[in-house]
Design a protein around this ligand. Structure first.
Ligand code: AHR
Length: 505
């Protein structure tokens, strides 16, 4: 039996709501069909945004949305996506699937979507193939409230008031699709571009995100930070507010992107291998975080894990450039483990955006025409939403066993615990075992006798269980009853499950 000791006298960092963030790219059916169907669609919509999807995302409490890419961002020229829709340029999305991009979803539509969702905005600017002027004019167009060519243009296009850009990405993956740059070259470019990200409204400063590493490229982290820090050691934070990290879990291969493994058909060994590979996130955060500590010991700059999740082969018969994949209980465990890891590192991780929101990679929602389904990953985000903005509590799991074998061995239970401003405690746990339930004793250091379970939700199933358009509720959240409170709190976590418990005085 495992024992979870929660030291509720030892309060740690605040869990930034943005850790539960999402990413939407002009890729496959994420924006078009998934989020935006246009005002004239038969699918119920408000100003072109699908009502069913918006409702589901609000219920899940989406805190921030990143747009327009991804690789697409460094090829995106924002002026193509403003003004009357019938006059907007049509072009080929060369990166993703070679389909026509008609630019009917652009800046105004993004802010309409985030307004409907009630979430923060993260706009990723083009450094790879754009210019400093193009980026600075975009910032002016979006955020300036005076007389200026770009503010006037925004007004001509029907939006009098400026919008709020909460985060601005200065390039994306500039070590790869964003220009194949060397770290010091990118860092010099970052220094130049960020200079022109003006804060037109000092009360709403834009947080600037510098392009960080791919996976374990510690050389990138070291060189970019060194080159940027060297310029402005006294004001490093403000020069840079966030530093990104991208890490995808490939279930079956390390570097053959043509064969990553199926989303729904895999063996138990591959199941454990996927989880073990996903757990690598913890090491990445610790090691990149240690480099960041050398330049930013007070942890003012956030590590923004703004792309993460499982990346499998596409569903058979779909466009390989659309990255459409199914989502199983394995995805739910990957999501639960990673979100627990981010919570535990919330002193450094200030944002994470799973890739991607709808119909692409590890999505929370899949659509097919007018139909929509919630994936297992959706339910995990919904269950974990109570951690948003709460304070991480010190927690230790004793007597935790391992599952998987050899290289793929990993801890059976992965957990995190937080307390919100009303003193309510949220505990989230994954049971990574395919075979065995686990009895867990939960012990609070303070006021143990006063706390009672106020809500308990579980997501469980077999490893490859997933929802389909014909059978949309194979995996869904259920109320959890398998706990006892007579002599302390004990619960039995089913095999292959994610559990959320809330405690109240
Ligand atoms: O999420 C899909 C792609 O993965 C993004 O466009 C890119 O940033 C990353 O390589």
């Amino acid at each position: 039996m495992a024992k979870l000791i929660i030291n509720n006298e030892n309060k740690k960092s605040k869990i930034a709501p943005e850790i539960y963030g999402h990413f939407s790219e002009h890729l496959g059916r994420c924006i078009y069909e998934g989020l935006y169907v246009g005002e004239n669609s038969d699918i119920p919509n408000v100003n072109g945004m699908r009502s069913d999807v918006v409702e589901a995302l609000k219920e899940m409490k989406i805190p921030v949305l990143r747009w327009p890419g991804g690789c697409f961002a460094d090829e995106y020229h924002w002026m193509d996506g403003i003004g009357p829709k019938n006059k907007r340029k049509k072009m080929i999305n060369t990166h993703w699937g070679g389909v026509v991009e008609d630019n009917s979803f652009g800046t105004h539509e993004f802010f309409e979507l985030t307004k409907q969702l009630g979430c923060k905005t993260y706009v990723n600017a083009n450094l790879g193939s754009g210019t400093v002027r193009e980026m600075s004019e975009w910032v002016e167009y979006m955020t300036f409230n005076g007389v200026s060519p770009m503010a006037d243009l925004r007004k001509e296009n029907g939006h009098e008031e400026p919008w709020k850009v909460d985060y601005l990405g200065v390039g994306n993956e500039n070590w790869g699709c964003g220009g194949n740059m060397r770290p010091t070259f990118y860092a010099d470019e970052y220094r130049r571009y960020q200079t022109y990200v003006r804060n037109y409204d000092a009360s709403k400063p834009i947080q600037k995100i510098c392009c960080g590493p791919n996976s374990d490229d510690y050389n990138w982290t070291k060189n970019v930070l060194e080159t940027c820090f060297d310029h402005t050691p006294a004001h490093f934070h403000g020069f840079m507010d966030g530093f990104s990290l991208h890490y995808y879990t490939l279930p079956e291969t390390v570097d053959d992107w043509n064969f990553k493994g199926s989303a729904t058909e895999f063996t138990e060994d591959i199941f454990y291998q996927t989880l073990k590979r996903s757990l690598f996130m913890d090491e990445l955060i610790r090691k990149h975080g240690a480099i960041m500590d050398q330049y930013d010991p007070d942890k003012k700059i956030g590590l923004m894990v703004d792309e993460w999740g499982i990346w499998t082969d596409v569903e058979p018969g779909t466009n390989p450039g659309f990255l459409y994949q199914q989502n199983t209980m394995r995805d739910a465990l990957v999501a639960g483990m990673n979100l627990n890891i981010f919570n535990k590192h919330s002193d450094r991780v200030k944002m994470a955006c799973i890739a991607q929101l709808v119909n692409v990679l590890q999505s929370v929602i899949l659509t097919d025409g007018e139909k929509m389904i919630k994936t297992p990953t959706y339910y995990v985000f919904k269950m974990f939403r109570h951690h948003q903005g709460a304070t991480l509590l010190d927690s230790t799991l004793c007597n935790n066993s391992n599952v998987g074998a050899g290289q793929n061995e990993l801890p059976k239970i992965i957990e995190s615990v937080s307390e919100n401003e009303n003193g309510e405690i949220t505990i989230t746990l994954t049971n990574n075992s395919l075979e065995a339930a686990e009895d867990v004793e939960i012990a609070l250091v303070k006021d143990a006798d006063k706390f009672k379970v106020s809500e308990a939700i579980v997501l469980k199933g077999r490893m490859a269980d997933h929802n389909t358009f014909d059978d949309p509720e194979v995996v869904k959240e259920e109320s959890f009853k398998d706990y006892r409170e007579d002599n302390g709190l004990m619960c039995t976590i089913p095999a292959c499950s994610v559990l959320m418990l809330r405690l109240k005085k």
